[in-house]
Design a protein around this ligand. Structure first.
Ligand SMILES: N[C@@H](CCC(=O)N[C@@H](CS)C(=O)NCC(=O)O)C(=O)O
Length: 208
């Protein structure tokens, strides 16, 4: 498998899961700051101009974090990173993934994309401030959801944890408040050898 990623982007989630699975994979860097995602070469791989994208052995490409993460969890060696089909625990983990992708990620996206979304500087500032406040509310909800738990689903690491780690990293870099439970979960995640490897490869030092 081939993971198209950018250091520190949300592609850290599937990168962490690939490391957790211990399967062979190749990393292909797409430099978002240089606009690589909008270049013709990458648009052939993912016309949506986003990372992550997962290249499969038969030439197909899978995009969208929830789909990629679930696919990885269901692919051998099936390391128990997502509960089996039919169990409520599977839907619960997917509930987190959907929340991460549809709400939390898009809220962060408004902060990162303020300059692109709003034309004049004063408007950008107001927009960014609103987006920061909205994202903070999501982070507070994250913290409540993690309270009293080692991982999103309780005692066991699942693919949902890999996504939440991305937001922990972004929140500390943007000066947002990651709560106590979210911080403790991030610290626990960073102690997992596979995740430590993914972080080191991407040059990320978590602010814990
Ligand atoms: N819905 C997509 C979102 C992916 C996404 O927004 N990726 C960002 C990086 S975190 C990206 O590639 N941004 C590049 C751009 O918007 O130009 C997913 O869940 O995978």
């Amino acid at each position: 498998m081939k993971l198209y990623y950018s250091p520190g982007a949300c592609s850290l989630a599937p990168h962490s899961v690939l490391e957790e699975l211990g399967v062979p994979f190749e990393l292909v860097k797409v430099n978002l700051h240089d606009g690589d995602q909008r270049k013709a070469e990458y648009l052939k791989i993912n016309p949506k101009a986003k990372v992550p994208a997962l290249g499969l052995s038969d030439g197909q490409v899978l995009t969208e974090n929830p789909a990629i993460l679930s696919y990885l969890a269901d692919t051998p060696p099936q390391a128990g990173l997502l509960a089996p089909v039919g169990e409520l625990a599977r839907a619960r983990a997917q509930e987190w993934l959907a929340w991460c992708a549809s709400t939390v990620h898009t809220s962060f996206g408004m902060i990162f994309g303020a300059a692109r979304l709003v034309e004049e500087p004063v408007g950008q500032e107001i927009f960014k401030k609103q987006a920061m406040a909205n994202t903070q509310k999501q982070l507070d909800a994250f913290d409540r959801g993690l309270d009293g738990k080692a991982y999103v689903m309780g005692e066991r690491f699942t693919i949902a944890d890999a996504y939440t780690l991305v937001f922990y990293n972004w929140s500390t870099r943007l000066g947002l408040r990651a709560g106590k439970a979210h911080r403790a979960q991030a610290a626990r995640l960073s102690e997992r050898p596979a995740i430590a490897r993914a972080l080191a490869t991407e040059g990320i030092t978590l602010q814990l």
